[in-house]
Design a protein around this ligand. Sequence first.
Ligand SMILES: Cc1ncc(C[n+]2csc(CCOP(=O)(O)OP(=O)(O)O)c2C)c(N)n1
Ligand SMILES: [Mg+2]
Length: 323
Amino acid sequence: MNKSYAEQFYYLMKLGRVFELRAKEEYMKGNIGGFLHLAIGEEAVHVGAVLGFGKGDIFVHYREHVYALARGMEPKNVMAELFGKVTGVSKGKGGSMHLYDPKFNFYGGNAIVGAHLPHAVGTAYARKYLGDTTGVLAAFGDGATNSGNFFEAINLAATWKVPVLFLCENNYYAIGTRIDRASPFTDLYIKAKEYMPVKQVDGMDVFAVFEAVREAKEYIETEGKPYFIEALTYRYEPHSMSDTGDYRSPRELKIAKERDPIEHLKRVGIERGLLTEEYINFVDNKVEQIVEEAVRFALESPEPGEEELYNDVFCEVCTDVIS
Ligand SMILES: Cc1ncc(C[n+]2csc(CCOP(=O)(O)OP(=O)(O)O)c2C)c(N)n1
Ligand SMILES: [Mg+2]
């Protein structure tokens, strides 16, 4: 592990945290509408995965702001998307759950639990068919592993031998349903272990996530086969802004917060000589400015006009194929 990675981890995790805390505030002011799912507490998984994975297509679920920021999307364009403004990454027509930019090989944000898993397998298959061995990352929650889409995706990925890294964020809840009420076992790698190599990692430790994802990426691309990682994590906020979160005890929340991934990174980074107090202070100030600027940009940007209504609805290439 080198200093440069540790610094990137800290910058992106802190940016993600401050960005989301601010998004929560703006939602409460009425500047953001629709759904808003925050990943506060889960930053080590999102940042470690994106940096560990590197090049390749990424498919994620609706709790994806930090993935998008880590992938390189501009905070102001992500914030503008949350505000439904035309300067947003999806021209203000997707909102929080549909951050999308092919420039970054970033294909969502998908609101339907597990629906992006077959998309990831199909994409990896298409790449393989075209002679490209680059792997595909598919990230999803524990709840998604109870869905048909999940089992169909791991089945096909293993049968067709395609390089997909399945990354399960086990935060122990699917909205208010605790994992043991919907699954016969709570170690979710068990669901994939007959299909592909599996690994369970501490999702509150960005170094562990990064290393596991990097090794898995190496495996899927050299072997041309899938791999499954389960990252144990926790979301501090309720499921979305319209959830009270009262199905979890204050004690449970307190215990989870004691293992905060950003605090862990700070402590370990300083201990190992990878981070300094000066760098941490610099980043803390910098991300406040970036997020402030992103909110100003979003507030000042216009909403999409009527002329945008039918744009990006039908795919020209598909129309050509059909006709
Ligand atoms: C197919 C489908 N069923 C139900 C829902 C409603 N829903 C939205 S999020 C969610 C929970 C998913 O939990 P999990 O996969 O653990 O992800 P997390 O929210 O914890 O990140 C459900 C049931 C949906 N969006 N799609
Ligand atoms: Mg969950």
